[in-house]
Design a protein around this ligand. Structure first.
Ligand SMILES: [Zn+2]
Ligand SMILES: [Zn+2]
Length: 82
């Protein structure tokens, strides 16, 4: 089965109270992401676990810099295109 849930992995560390959970699955994929390590930028979406759907993973989301491979912690959204 491909649908193993991961509720107990790194989630639940308590960044947001339960009642402000909202779904980020449909957020924009057109952001300009800048890597603070290599200073390159690319368009995409930084991988974030949806507070409402922690078991969902978006394979297209950036988990690391497309250029230097830096961890997502180095990535910042610099602007949002519409
Ligand atoms: Zn969601
Ligand atoms: Zn980089």
């Amino acid at each position: 089965m491909e649908f193993q849930k991961q509720y107990n992995s790194n989630y639940n560390l308590g960044t947001a109270p339960d009642r402000v959970k909202f779904c980020i699955c449909e957020r924009s994929r057109e952001n300009v992401i800048v890597c603070s390590r290599c200073k390159q930028s690319f368009v995409g979406r930084i991988s974030q676990r949806c507070p409402k759907h922690p078991e969902v993973t978006f394979l297209m989301d950036a988990r690391q810099c497309a250029f230097c491979g830096a961890h997502a912690n180095f990535l910042q959204v610099s602007e949002t295109k519409r």
